[in-house]
Write a protein that binds this ligand. Structure first.
Ligand code: ADP
Ligand code: MG
Length: 263
């Protein structure tokens, strides 16, 4: 009898899900510099995709094009049903809606230092979603508890470790009820131990079914938590597939070289 691993079961279950992200023919130039070239991929609801690759390969630019912090030079991005095409300028409403659908977590946490942890998580909900203070605070406390930081609610961010601050930044992003979470090297500014507590929160989020795209240097996380890995080099996708396969049997020499250098 064939035994099916939980991973394979998860992969099977994901096949039938609908697409949340589709990127077609995406290109981005900074002057003469080609940062992204003909990028194509899709992400289904509930899927966790890790993007890895050498520094300067275009990973951050790709994430920034996904939520339109950066405008692409060519091609289109569809995120949670909203399509932005380079050929047609996006309306303000489209941009607002698209950005609201995508929660973003950066390497630097960017918390407001003069506001309590609770306020950091509540204020964007009031500003962006029009929630009342009471409603926003309730939601914030629930999310702080989810990332293990309910005890920190009334303190200031500078009383929190880097790992705690990043978990607060994750709670803040989740508080806006995003359809997808985009992470850009969320642990690379942290000591390994503090990085682990952030990765644990991300793993919990993945297991709870959040759709996630994670740019990371954490190969163990990429291999064990993500469903698929995309490897980038020189602005292109050079390898893409189920995580275990990509890690064990990369098909291109360039991908092999990268993995040998980082594993
Ligand atoms: P990664 O995140 O993989 O390290 P980036 O997406 O940050 O790579 O950068 C890809 C390339 O685009 C790099 O060569 C970088 O110098 C260039 N680049 C990124 N942002 C800009 C910008 N705003 N202006 C000019 N060049 C940029
Ligand atoms: Mg980057």
């Amino acid at each position: 009898m064939l035994s099916v691993s939980p991973r394979e079961e998860r992969a099977d279950a994901l096949v039938s899900r609908r697409e949340y992200v589709r990127v077609e023919g995406l290109g981005k130039s900074f002057g003469p510099h080609r940062a992204l070239d003909d990028i194509n991929f899709a992400v289904r609801s509930g899927e966790v995709v890790a993007i890895i690759g050498p520094s300067g390969s275009g990973k951050s630019t790709l994430l920034r094009c996904l939520n339109q912090l950066e405008t692409q030079s060519e091609g289109s991005v569809t995120l949670a049903g909203i399509t932005i095409d380079a050929a047609k300028p996006a309306t303000r409403q489209q941009l607002t809606e698209l950005r609201r659908s995508a929660g973003m977590v950066f390497q630097s946490f960017n918390l407001f230092p003069h506001m309590s942890v609770l306020r950091n998580v509540s204020l964007p909900q009031e500003r962006v979603l029009g929630r009342s203070r009471k409603e926003a605070d309730e939601r914030s406390r629930a999310l702080l508890s989810r990332v293990g930081l309910e005890a920190k609610a009334d303190q200031y961010p500078n009383r929190c470790s880097g790992g705690q601050q990043q978990r607060i930044a994750i709670a803040r992003a989740l508080a806006l009820d995003p359809k997808i979470m985009l992470f850009d090297e969320p642990t690379s500014a942290l000591d390994p131990e503090l990085g682990l507590e952030v990765l644990a929160v991300m793993q919990e989020l993945a297991e709870a079914g959040m759709t996630m795209i994670v740019v990371t240097h954490e190969m163990h996380f990429a291999e064990t938590v993500s469903d698929r890995i995309i490897i980038m080099a020189d602005g292109r996708i050079i390898e893409e597939g189920p995580s275990a396969e990509v890690m064990r049997r990369p098909t291109t020499e360039r991908a092999q070289r990268f993995l040998n250098a980082v594993k």
